[in-house]
Ligand binder design. Structure first.
Ligand SMILES: Cc1cc2nc3c(=O)[nH]c(=O)nc-3n(C[C@H](O)[C@H](O)[C@H](O)COP(=O)(O)OP(=O)(O)OC[C@H]3O[C@@H](n4cnc5c(N)ncnc54)[C@H](O)[C@@H]3O)c2cc1C
Length: 427
């Protein structure tokens, strides 16, 4: 199948607009009024809403959703190129309607919601009239869904949810929470009696669900379908994180190169020291390997679906954490003492690398997925020798020339000598 690397001129023009818009509008808002893009305060909204409107007017709002799911339907490859810009700026995903955790929750609603559920929750989520959170992880262990205990019991026209969740991002600010129960995925309005949000942690909330009653139509997708819905949700989320990581490491790289050309030490600019050059060269290679991996994965999703791209998505997940860790560390190191402060984005970026290796599933679990899936394409070799054991292969190949070798003593001597000396040139 052909894989085209070119970007259509119309979309390239959109990307140029996005880069300029982020530089001149989004970044200044972030620097002067941090958090304004997320806030419900009327003064903050008066600053952020006109920017969101500009994005809508350009047809770039909620770009992650396919056409059949209610979005503009640009596909993952274009989204990857867009996220390579947006990921540089803290508020850009909100200003463009592509911020987690709402994106994954909208994907679930779009794919599994009834028309009534979409009207009630998907449309206001898309318009950022309401915000959502996702409650899956439990205090006793997050990596293994078989350990989860939160359960819903049917009682007439209602479900009663009991359980405890841990690290529900932005749960405190959400209007609705998607709660993964052992027997289904439920939409729970945060104000429902029995939803108890603990004081700590502050951002990723610890929530107890105590006899929380929701009407039957708050079950999303089929009963017992929570794991399928979760996969759908997390598949998209993981590749989106990887797309934004490309933006982050490019930013780190730009800072690294600028600094390397700007400082002197021991008689030359530091860019002329070979160990600095090695850091630049390694970072350049790793960033581009990650970028191509992400684009290839996005292209595969566009041409198949997230389920059939699972191995690639999992590869993106742990690779982006590693590249973020290594490149941000090198950039921070080249920046010297300044890099250790919070006066540049580098310290936060580096501190974010371990988070990237845990959020949306720990790296180990994704590596297991990749290894298992990749191994399905292989079989053990039949005998004691591996397939590429040269003496055995040569014996087999010799059979092809048996008649020639039998007829020509010169060729026979050549073949015998090759067999004795191994692979090298013998004539
Ligand atoms: C920033 C952030 C945001 C998050 N947001 C949400 C959210 O909105 N909603 C939500 O539900 N959850 C959220 N999470 C939680 C996240 O999904 C879990 O942290 C993750 O699944 C790991 O679970 P755990 O923290 O319980 O770690 P554990 O499962 O206890 O794992 C700890 C360690 O054990 C080892 N380990 C575990 N399993 C294996 C294995 N199979 N093979 C080898 N080693 C293994 C690994 O070293 C791993 O790092 C978020 C996490 C972060 C960091």
């Amino acid at each position: 199948m052909a894989w085209d690397f070119s970007t259509e001129p119309e979309f390239a023009e959109q990307l140029d607009w996005v880069a300029e818009f982020c530089r001149t509008e989004v970044e200044p808002l972030d620097l002067v009024f941090p958090g304004a893009a997320y806030s419900r305060d009327p003064k903050a909204k008066a600053l952020a809403d006109p920017l969101k409107q500009q994005v809508k007017d350009r047809g770039l709002w909620a770009l992650f959703l396919d056409h059949d799911l209610g979005g503009p339907g640009f596909g993952q490859l274009k989204l990857a190129l867009l996220n390579e810009v947006l990921g540089r700026y803290r508020s850009a995903p909100v200003i463009f309607g592509t911020a987690a955790p709402d994106t994954g929750n909208m994907e679930m609603l779009a794919a599994y919601g009834t028309e009534a559920q979409k009207d009630r929750w998907l449309k206001p989520l898309m318009n950022q009239e309401i915000f959502s959170a996702y409650s899956m992880t439990e205090p006793q262990g997050g990596s293994d869904p078989n350990l989860f205990k939160t359960h819903a019991t049917r009682d007439g026209d209602e479900w009663i949810i009991n359980g405890e969740k841990w690290f529900t991002s932005a749960g405190f600010h959400a209007d609705i929470i998607f709660v993964m129960c052992t027997n289904g995925m439920f939409v729970v309005p945060r104000e429902t009696p029995g939803v108890k949000i603990m004081e700590f942690p502050a951002v990723h909330n610890h929530i107890r669900y105590e006899n929380v009653r929701v009407p039957v139509d708050h079950l999303l997708g089929p009963e017992d379908g929570a794991k399928v819905l979760a996969q759908r949700r997390l598949g998209g989320g993981r590749i989106h994180h990887a797309m934004r990581t490309v933006a982050q490491v490019k930013l780190a790289f730009d800072m690294m190169c600028e600094r390397a050309l700007s400082r002197e030490s021991h008689g030359k600019v530091i860019a002329e020291h070979q160990m600095v050059q090695e850091m630049i060269a390694d970072s350049y290679a790793e960033i581009n390997m990650l970028r191509l991996l992400v684009l290839w994965t996005a292209w595969t999703i566009d041409n198949t679906d997230t389920r059939r791209s699972r191995t690639q998505i999992a590869t993106c997940k742990y690779t982006c954490a590693k590249v973020l860790r290594d490149v941000s560390y090198r950039a921070l190191h080249i920046m010297g003492s300044l890099g250790t402060t919070d006066l540049t984005p580098l310290q936060a970026m580096w501190a974010g690398a371990p988070t990237m290796a845990i959020a949306d599933g720990v790296d180990e679990v994704h590596k297991v997925t990749v290894a298992r899936n990749v191994l399905k394409g292989y079989e053990p070799h039949p005998g004691v020798w591996p397939t590429e054991y040269i003496p055995a292969k040569r014996d087999e190949a010799r059979k092809k020339y048996a008649d020639l070798i039998a007829a020509d003593p010169d060729l026979a001597a050549w073949a015998d000598l090759a067999a004795k000396r191994g692979h090298g040139r013998v004539r």
